[in-house]
Design a protein around this ligand. Structure first.
Ligand SMILES: Cc1ncc(COP(=O)(O)OP(=O)(O)O)c(N)n1
Ligand SMILES: Cc1ncsc1CCOP(=O)(O)O
Ligand SMILES: [Mg+2]
Length: 209
């Protein structure tokens, strides 16, 4: 099975490791198949503690564990891979740390040409977005369904969609070719995180791909 398929949960900004683990467990119970550890503010020691805890938890559930931005941290905690944006270093540098068996995902914003280049450099998946307004990244570049459709017809690697995705607007992205939906707010701000994860996961069995 493609390890990049289904609900791709990205961690909320929660500093306390036990509380972060409690929330993530709910998402995994609800069926999140990929977890990305994304934290822009914690100190290195706390990030290591978080990443170690989440590595253990994702193993328990058989979920794919990706670290955002930091290939070194990914290697240190034996994560399944790393996610790189335009300012996060090259695929080659990540490969040098992680080897060929790990996953390297690359942000391509709204540019299919960037995705071709990422694949040429050895990316295992590409991400496009933001598809909808995002309170986490209000200034994010806007992507649209037409470019996703074009990307799907041109690319063989898994495609992740991100940015303001909800259970309501996510189905159209899956129908257009997204293999995974990366979500922050609609998952963690939901009144029932497990039910929200379940709802997102169900979209993948309902929507023709
Ligand atoms: C799955 C996924 N897609 C896109 C991003 C955004 O990456 P980037 O542009 O590097 O921005 P930051 O998340 O680092 O602020 C992502 N993290 N995950
Ligand atoms: C990291 C990132 N990159 C583009 S939008 C975004 C944030 C996604 O969060 P949300 O699902 O809350 O819009
Ligand atoms: Mg980044």
């Amino acid at each position: 099975m493609n390890p990049i398929h289904g609900l791709y949960a990205i961690t909320p900004d929660v500093a306390d490791t036990a509380e972060l683990s409690r929330l993530v467990r709910l998402a995994l119970q609800g069926g999140a198949s990929i977890l990305q550890y994304r934290n822009k503010t914690a100190a290195a020691g706390l990030r290591l503690q978080h990443a170690r805890a989440l590595r253990e938890l994702t193993r328990e559930f058989g979920a794919t564990f990706i670290v955002n931005d930091d290939a070194q941290l990914a290697a240190q905690v034996d994560a399944d891979g790393v996610h790189l944006g335009g300012e996060d270093g090259s695929v080659a540098a990540a490969r040098a740390l992680l080897g060929n068996a790990r996953i390297v995902g690359v942000s391509c914003y709204n540019r299919v040409a960037l995705a071709h280049e990422a694949v040429r450099q050895g990316a295992d998946y590409v991400a496009f977005g933001a598809f909808f307004p995002s309170s986490v990244k209000p200034d994010a570049v806007q992507a649209n369904v037409q470019m996703l459709t074009a990307a799907r017809s041109e690319l063989d690697v898994p495609i992740v969609a991100i940015g303001g995705i909800t259970q309501q607007n996510g189905a159209a992205l899956i129908a257009a070719g997204a293999d995974a939906l990366a979500v922050i707010t609609a998952l963690w701000a939901a009144p029932d995180i497990e039910a929200s994860a379940q709802g997102f996961s169900t979209l993948f069995s309902r929507t023709r791909q």
